[in-house]
Design a protein around this ligand. Structure first.
Ligand code: AMP
Length: 427
């Protein structure tokens, strides 16, 4: 019989590694919840047009990387390649912006799909936690989101994360800058694709990773020298707020990012331990996006942080997260009657909030004790016929090896008290 493998560019999350992924998501979500962001969940697919309009016709994501499909009913759909367009679509559809309480703050967590060339840190199915603050133009909001992301990396213990910051200007100052940049780029020696890009989205040429291109970009006009007064002041305020919050950043005048909708503040968190990738997460302000997808003017700011790459960054820094033990108490029944009694003890422990498990399948003492040790439990409950005849269960401390009998009816209280006093080993 043949066996199946996960599709190219994807991988499965399984224990024990999957616990780290959950902890990373939680570390990203916790600061958002504390800052008034509410959880949003949107479908895994949307109308193709939402992304071609919302992400940009000239982006790699839309032209090369979308998984598209036509349904039996004739709808053209795409698996979501990113979260912002969907979340904004959902907020507009539910009229959240009309409830009179702007900004609408939302966060999300989920799977995204891009048909990319797979390599370490770059997958066709990956996971992001994202946040969007919709409907307010305030440098403090840009700063808030950057601080929340930086705090989640800090909480995970990462020390090698760098924050790159730039401003892309706005409707006032970008057009003149764009024209100046195009004029500069047209005079360079570039291949046909790049020449085409000059006409569609010249800022993205700045982001070209090739040395042959970068070499020619010396002396290119930079947005930061062309910002209008309002954009300059806005950006300065974001920088001040970050500094006051003790967030280190580097000004990167070439940071443009791969999506078309950004205006003013853009940022990226990068890390050196991700192989040929460096982006851990990023985002920025997207004041024009709502109008691009048919909504009213709603200046907004948001970010998306990659979960997969954050796990790689943790690994590269040798960080083991302090994860609470999956099992605190493991029951070892010797014989059928003991299995029945311990099954109900385990149920009682679980109902009292204690993580408990049991040796199943009629294992003998040796195999069952091995399972108890493997589970990472702090205590084992061992019972055979003689114990039950005396109305007790042996409570064994798996760390010290000490063992003593405890009356069956006192067990839940006894174990709850012990765990509360000592705490869980890792938690
Ligand atoms: P983006 O939406 O392109 O700004 O990506 C935001 C973050 O999502 C990146 O910084 C990565 O951490 C993550 N990411 C994007 N694309 C991929 C991918 N193909 N595989 C793994 N992570 C990705």
């Amino acid at each position: 019989m043949s066996t199946f493998s996960a599709p190219k560019g994807t991988y499965d999350l399984l224990p024990p590694d999957s616990a780290t992924y959950l902890a990373v998501r939680e570390a990203m979500a916790a600061p958002l919840r504390r800052a008034g962001y509410g959880y949003a969940e949107t479908p895994g697919f949307e109308n193709v047009e939402l992304f071609s309009r919302g992400v940009g016709e000239s982006t790699d994501i839309v032209t090369k990387e979308m998984y598209t499909l036509t349904t039996k009913g004739g709808d053209h759909l795409a698996l979501r390649p990113e979260g912002t367009a969907s979340v904004l679509r959902a907020a507009l559809q539910a009229h959240l912006h009309r409830a009179g309480n702007l900004p609408v703050k939302l966060w999300y967590s989920g799977s995204f799909y891009r048909y990319e060339r797979p390599q370490a840190g770059r997958y066709r199915h990956f996971s992001q936690v994202g946040a969007e603050a919709i409907g307010a133009e305030d440098p403090a909001l840009d700063a808030e989101l950057i601080i929340l992301a930086a705090d989640s990396y800090r909480a995970l213990g990462l020390t090698g994360v760098r924050l790159l910051l730039n401003s892309l200007g706005d409707r006032e100052c970008r057009p003149a800058y764009r024209a100046a940049l195009q004029e500069f780029l047209r005079a360079l020696d570039l291949d046909e694709d790049t020449r085409a890009r000059i006409e569609i989205n010249p800022l993205r040429v700045l982001d070209d990773k090739r040395e042959s291109v970068q070499r020619q970009l010396t002396g290119a006009p930079m947005m930061r020298d062309h910002l209008c007064q309002a954009c300059k002041e806005y950006h300065e305020r974001v920088r001040e707020l970050l500094t006051a919050a003790d967030i280190a950043f580097e000004d990167d005048p070439k940071l443009v990012r791969g999506l078309d909708y950004y205006t003013r503040t853009t940022f990226e968190f990068v890390h050196g331990g991700l192989g040929s990738q460096s982006a851990l997460g990023g985002g920025g302000r997207y004041d024009g996006l709502s109008e691009m997808i048919g909504g009213p003017a709603l200046p907004s700011v948001g970010w998306g942080l990659g979960v997969d790459r954050t796990v790689l960054a943790l690994r590269s820094e040798g960080i083991e997260l302090d994860l609470p033990a999956a099992t605190e108490v493991f029951a070892v029944p010797l014989g059928e009657e003991a299995a029945r009694t311990l099954f109900s003890v385990v149920t009682g422990l679980r109902r009292s909030g204690i993580a408990a498990d049991l040796a199943y399948g009629g294992k003998g003492l040796k195999a069952a004790m091995k399972a108890a040790n493997r589970s990472g439990a702090r205590y084992a409950l061992v019972a055979g016929e003689r114990d039950l005849a005396e109305g007790v269960i042996q409570l064994k401390d798996l760390g010290s090896g000490e063992q003593r009998p405890v009356p069956v009816e006192a067990l839940v209280t006894e174990v709850t008290g012990l765990l509360a006093r000592t705490g869980t080993p890792n938690g």
